[in-house]
Design a protein around this ligand. Structure first.
Ligand SMILES: [Zn+2]
Length: 362
């Protein structure tokens, strides 16, 4: 089934009908009531769209219009980065290979994973090469879309007549206060102060598919790749407070390294010698950060959490500029005013560049 996120359906209905977000949501909510909770919010939104005669899916071939569950996808894009090919043993003992790359077009970027013979194509690709992918399918990997290619997929290099414009690499996120956040918020930006830092958690993963492995008597087994020698993934949890509320923020490995301003080697030192992390915890308290991520409901604890995708030290300059823009086009209704950072960004933290989030296979 093709899954279109709720915010995308909402904005598409707005775009096609000229209705405001409130009007569309009111209509969706009344549909929900009418069906007395028999459908999800996404389901109700889908029904409203079809009642209004709005097609939610456009086979434009553009990255922004690719959704989890789509098959037979065609897309023309440029290679941003191609990673090395890896061999692995299948469950039946035969060897196969996998390679991944990051591609982009005028509407966004997406990770491409190639399985089997087609992985060799990636070996030949250089950044900036224009490619056309025909017959890929889209899968979800921890809330991110990935394009998967198999033996049936074709990748054409420099297809004649195909021009890909400038790659849209910027993540356009919306600043919100924590008390406004809902489960539907994807690509949301918050600014706040670190008020609590938890111990780092590590768990063994398969080096090929990055999935959790099980351990028995020192032997690690991946459901897909049998016995493997595991790598250790990291999770860091902190609590961020923005004055309106506080919320637990979850950092996976790459984002944890951004927050801690360290590399994987340092992370592994913390794993082997957890006491060395205590100083770092103290140092982080009171620091201010801008985080971009998606909101996820932790069903076990019945609370919302932010899964962090990008980390930036708070910038006093940027926040002041934001306040000025807000007051100059003063709108009616309450405007959320973020806390102004009282400290300048720490100089030892370099401003991170926007880049793809966690690499599953690299
Ligand atoms: Zn595996």
């Amino acid at each position: 089934m093709i899954r279109i996120p709720y915010p995308d359906i909402l904005s598409r209905i707005q775009q096609k009908t000229g209705m405001t977000a409130e009007q569309v949501e009111a209509r969706i909510n009344s549909k929900l009531e009418q069906l007395s909770g028999l459908v999800s919010k996404e389901g109700a939104a889908n029904i409203v769209a079809s009642e209004l005669g709005i097609r939610l899916l456009d086979q434009t071939g553009k990255i922004k219009d690719i959704y989890t569950g789509m098959r037979g996808i065609e897309n023309a894009a440029k290679v941003i980065e191609a990673y090395e090919v890896r061999e692995f043993a299948r469950a039946d003992g035969t060897m196969s290979k996998v390679a991944s790359m990051l591609i982009g077009d005028e509407t966004g970027t997406i990770r491409v994973v190639c399985w089997g013979q087609i992985a060799d194509t990636i070996r030949t690709l250089k950044p900036d090469t224009t490619i056309r992918i025909v017959g890929a399918y889209c899968r979800d990997n921890n809330g991110r879309k990935e394009l998967h290619c198999n033996e049936q997929t074709k990748i054409q290099l420099n297809p004649p007549g195909v021009i890909v414009g400038e790659i849209q690499r910027k993540v356009s996120s919306q600043r919100k206060s924590m008390k406004e956040l809902t489960e539907q918020d994807d690509n949301v930006e918050v600014l706040g102060t670190v008020v609590q830092v938890f111990d780092l958690k590590f768990y063994p993963v398969c080096p090929q598919c990055n999935k959790r492995v099980t351990e028995e008597n020192g032997t690690f087994t991946c459901a897909e790749h049998n016995v493997v020698s595991p790598e250790h993934n990291t999770i860091l949890n902190i609590v961020l407070d923005d004055g309106t509320d506080n919320m637990r923020c979850v950092f996976f490995k790459n984002q944890a390294m951004k927050l801690l301003n360290c590399g994987n080697e340092q992370l592994q030192t913390f794993r082997l010698n957890p006491a060395t992390f205590e100083d770092v915890k103290t140092r982080l308290l009171g620091e201010q950060y801008k985080l971009i991520g998606r909101v996820k409901k932790n069903d076990y604890f019945q609370r919302l959490e932010i899964v962090v995708q990008l980390v930036f030290p708070a910038s006093a300059k940027e926040e002041l500029a934001r306040l000025e823009t807000q007051s100059s086009n003063s709108t009616s209704g309450p405007v959320y005013t973020p806390p102004t950072p009282t400290t300048l960004p720490r100089t030892n933290v370099s401003e991170p560049t926007i880049e793809p989030i966690e690499e599953r296979i690299q």
